[in-house]
Design a protein around this ligand. Structure first.
Ligand SMILES: C[S@@+](CC[C@H](N)C(=O)[O-])C[C@H]1O[C@@H](n2cnc3c(N)ncnc32)[C@H](O)[C@@H]1O
Length: 387
């Protein structure tokens, strides 16, 4: 008899390697009602890539979500999802995504989510209408690269009649998922063929560091949405802007070791993300990719500026509010400098350089004197009814 710790956690991208982590075949709970057939896709735009993860025959094994699962999560599988590097817990599936997936990182993502909801809408304005209950077609939402699950959990609770699917390289750590929410372990780089036509809303936020072909992902999202469905994509390009909101250009082979330091650290991160195969510039192209895809309409492009630290001296409500958000951003960045170590060091950037740029960046952020900005790009759109 198999032990199912949380039947709402499922794994679709299992490799032979990961099968071997099971102590016995009983460790796997197979749901015989699952639909394991592949979608008959003629699209090559975003083909599964064997080199993008440890998976091999995976997408044939993935079910057509939001149908029931193929495999339920076990403790050994949960353990196998992680590896330790440079003192942090990282996902064990993707060679591309090298930021941690440990408790410290999940807490950072929760705080970051709170900051986003202070500045941006919780979700795009059309979402409640798109998710309005329809007895003939139960509604379904997917969060691609859900992290701690803060966004999808909010949606699952607010729209209890919808199925909410949270996809990530590691299982969601929250073991008390609402009954309509499911966590799936999967590598998005393998394609979304098994979800084609399955969702009314698709959401992805800050996942470009782990995505090889983001334009291909936009294409697969469009096929995963039902007619009239809604997509929202939010990304950051790791560029820092000066006090006039002009991008601070730093050559990739930059040798100068002077301030401002945050742009220098971000430049190292950009280099490392590119080295690993992530599409760090995705934020710059989101609007064009969605607008030019052909299957989307009502495309809305929004840009949000964030201060890197709370430098405002005024006591008026706007300054106080700006400082409140900027404090969270500064704390987020301070933690992110630590989270980025496995990415930077694992990409061959010398430790001495990483240490120096990191400690100077920390000091600069703590002093809150250097006025720097980050620009977050957000695009949402509806899938055309005739597509
Ligand atoms: C920076 S976190 C953002 C998490 C969440 N979207 C949020 O905004 O709070 C990026 C997340 O995307 C996931 N991710 C990155 N590349 C992925 C891939 N190829 N397949 C599945 N998940 C991926 C990571 O594991 C991580 O949890």
């Amino acid at each position: 008899m198999s032990v199912v710790q949380n039947p709402l956690l499922v794994v679709h991208s299992l490799s032979e390697m990961h099968f071997s982590t099971f102590d016995s075949p009983e460790d796997i709970d197979v749901d015989s009602s699952s639909d394991t057939t592949m979608s008959d896709s003629s699209l090559d735009r975003f083909p599964p890539r064997s080199e993008s993860s440890a998976t091999s025959h995976d997408w044939e094994m993935r079910s057509a979500s939001p149908q029931p699962s193929v495999y339920s999560m076990t403790s050994s599988l949960r353990q196998a999802a992680y590896r330790q590097e440079y003192g942090r817990g990282l996902n064990n599936y993707s060679d591309v995504y090298q930021l941690p997936a440990d408790e410290e990182e999940l807490q950072r993502l929760d705080h970051q989510h709170r900051m986003f909801t202070m500045v941006m809408d919780k979700y795009p304005p059309p979402l409640p209408d798109v998710l309005r209950a329809n007895p003939e077609q139960p509604k379904a939402v997917v969060d691609l690269g859900c992290g701690s699950g803060s966004w999808i959990l909010d949606i699952a609770r607010e729209f209890p009649h919808c199925s909410a699917v949270a996809i990530d390289l590691v299982p969601m750590q929250n073991l008390e998922l609402p009954p309509n929410c499911r966590s799936e372990v999967d590598d998005i780089n393998l394609g979304l063929q098994h979800y084609f036509g399955a969702f009314d809303v698709a959401h992805a936020r800050l996942i470009c560091t782990g995505i090889r072909d983001y334009a291909g992902l936009v294409d697969h999202i469009s096929h995963s949405l039902r007619p009239g469905g809604l997509v929202e994509l939010t990304e950051y390009n790791f560029v820092i802007h000066d006090s006039e909101k002009r991008p601070i250009e730093i050559p990739e082979d930059d040798k100068a070791l002077t301030g401002p330091w945050l742009p220098r650290w971000m430049n190292l991160a950009r280099k490392a993300i590119r080295t690993r195969g992530g599409e760090v510039e995705a934020a710059d192209h989101l609007h064009r990719w969605v607008s030019e895809h052909g299957s989307f309409e009502d495309v809305v492009h929004r840009q949000y500026w964030f201060q890197s630290s709370p430098w405002n001296t005024g006591t008026d409500p706007d300054s106080l509010r700006a400082n409140e958000v900027a404090k969270i951003m500064r704390d987020d960045l301070l933690l992110f400098l630590k989270s980025g170590r496995p990415l930077l060091l694992g990409s061959g950037i010398p430790e001495q350089l990483v240490d120096r740029v990191e400690s100077n960046t920390m000091e600069e952020l703590q002093n809150a004197k250097t006025q720097l900005y980050l620009l977050i790009e957000d695009v949402y759109a509806r899938k055309r009814a005739d597509f």
